[in-house]
Structures are given as structure tokens and as C-alpha cells.
Design a protein around this ligand. Structure first.
Ligand code: BTN
Length: 258
């Protein structure tokens, strides 16, 4: 799949949320691959109803439209493809050791550098998906309360001796190329089977103890990877294996954010 053919890029100086810009475009008939990238978001949205701070001039905020011909239950898997694409793009473009905190936070050195908000919505009688990606690119400092959990590519790169700002456009193109590659593999089989191994190789929790924060009660288990549907495979203390779907469940390392 050719990146330039698949994505149709629309640039905004300021927008409420690039996810909302994509949904509006979809309602007006935009095709698959329609992409909004903004310098600033005035109402950036995070997962679980949180907001996503989106000041101008420093980071990447973009969203794109997908209309995969798949059962609605399979649609959340496109978010796994997005997590892998961002981690790979950061590794290839900037040689930084990006890892994935399941399902799709990207972390470097145990701190979050990217969040992804995927939303399915009704569109033209079917279901469409918007994948929204926020990457902390050239943020030079985070508020005190976030400093132990959040980082930027600039901070990570300057920690290894390169204090030049990161080129946001080059990074966007690298993410889109990686996404187009992963999405084509995903769509060939309608499952994550062909990208699962690559995803697992970058999972920050693989083989480690994690705390599963289930509304019905928290428990610990060992992360064994993901299933072909993107759910996390865990081993309970008695050795039995279970699958955990993202939904309302959050997974943490035993000590701290990852
Ligand atoms: C998270 O909570 O980790 C997800 C954050 C997703 C933020 C991105 S920024 C671009 C797109 N537009 C939004 O309003 N949210 C997503």
C-alpha cells in the first residue's frame, strides 16, 4: 500500500480535535485515508473521557479515517496496528527505544510519549473508524505532576546528546508509512496474525508481572503477549492462561506507570 495514495492530508492551524474534524469530514463524504493534522487542538480528547493537552508549535496531533470492510467487533484491532506503527516509526526515524504499553500507549524509558484514541462511529449506513494519534514531540518540560509519567521525543533525544528539535513532518510521514504497511498486512487476513509477533517484540510488559485493574477487582498476572484479536494474553498465578480485552480494564506494571 502506497502511503501517498492512501492518505489525503488536510492541515489545520487550530481545530477542536482532529478526531472530530475527521468525523465531520466523514459525514460530508470523505474517503478512507482522509487525515487531519493540527498544530494545536483546543479540545483534544484522551481515552476514558480525559482531555489531551495540545498546545501549538510543539507536538503532533493527527487523525485519519478508516472504512475497513470488517465486522464491527474487529474494528478495535486497527488501534493495535497504530501502536505498532508509531513505535516502529520512532525507532526507525529517531533511533529511540520506543516500546508499546498494551494496547497502544507508546513509552520510552518507562514514560508515555504517545497516546492513541480510536473511535468507531456510524457513517453512511456502515461503521467507520477514526484513529487519533498524539505524540509529544518537542515538549521541553512537563508539569510537575506528569514528570514521572510523561516524556517527549525531544527530551529523550537530548538525553542521549542530540538537542536539536525533532522534525514533526518527517515523523508524521514515517508514522504514516509504517501504518500503511501494518494496515495492509492486517487487512489481508482481517486479523493481527501477521503483525502479532512484531507487536509482541515491542511490548513493554512481555514476560513481566502486570496488575490488571478490573472493575470487579484488581489482580496480578504475567503478560504472555496478545491474541490474534489484540486481547492481552495473561498467565494467572496458578498457570492458567486468560485473555484480557481493553475496554474498561487497565493494565499496569507492578511498580509505576508501565
Ligand atoms: C490517550 O488518552 O492516551 C489518547 C490520546 C489521544 C490524543 C490524540 S491527539 C490527536 C487526536 N485528537 C484528539 O482529540 N485526540 C487524539
Amino acid at each position: 500500500m502506497d502511503t501517498a495514495d492512501f492518505f489525503e492530508i488536510h492541515r489545520f492551524a487550530s481545530v477542536d480535535s482532529t478526531n472530530e474534524a475527521v468525523k465531520r469530514a466523514a459525514a460530508a463524504g470523505a474517503p478512507e485515508g482522509w487525515l487531519a493534522v493540527a498544530d494545536e487542538q483546543t479540545a483534544g480528547k484522551g481515552r476514558r473521557g480525559r482531555s489531551w493537552a495540545s498546545p501549538p508549535g510543539e507536538s503532533l496531533y493527527f487523525s485519519f479515517l478508516l472504512k475497513p470492510d470488517l465486522a464491527p467487533a474487529l474494528l478495535p484491532q486497527v488501534t493495535i496496528v497504530a501502536g505498532l506503527a508509531v513505535a516502529n516509526a520512532i525507532r526507525r526515524e529517531l533511533q529511540l527505544p520506543a516500546l508499546i504499553k498494551w494496547p497502544n500507549d507508546i513509552v520510552i524509558g518507562g514514560k508515555k510519549v504517545c497516546g492513541i484514541l480510536t473511535e468507531a462511529f456510524s457513517c453512511g449506513g456502515g461503521t467507520a473508524v477514526v484513529v487519533g494519534i498524539g505524540i509529544n514531540v518537542n515538549t521541553a518540560a512537563f508539569p510537575k505532576e506528569l514528570q514521572d509519567r510523561a516524556t517527549s521525543l525531544f527530551l529523550e533525544r537530548s538525553g542521549s546528546g542530540n538537542a536539536a528539535p525533532v522534525d514533526r513532518d518527517a515523523l508524521l510521514m514515517a508514522v504514516l508509512a509504517a501504518y500503511a504497511e501494518g494496515y495492509a498486512r492486517f487487512m489481508e487476513e482481517g486479523s493481527l496474525a501477521r503483525i502479532r509477533e512484531a507487536y509482541e517484540a515491542l511490548m513493554v510488559s512481555l514476560g513481566k508481572q502486570v496488575r490488571i485493574e478490573d472493575p470487579a477487582g484488581a489482580y496480578t498476572a504475567v503478560c504472555r503477549g496478545i491474541g490474534a484479536d489484540g486481547a492481552m494474553r495473561i498467565a494467572l498465578p496458578d498457570g492458567t492462561e486468560q485473555m484480557v480485552s481493553s475496554g474498561e480494564i487497565s493494565v499496569r506494571g507492578l511498580y509505576g506507570y508501565v
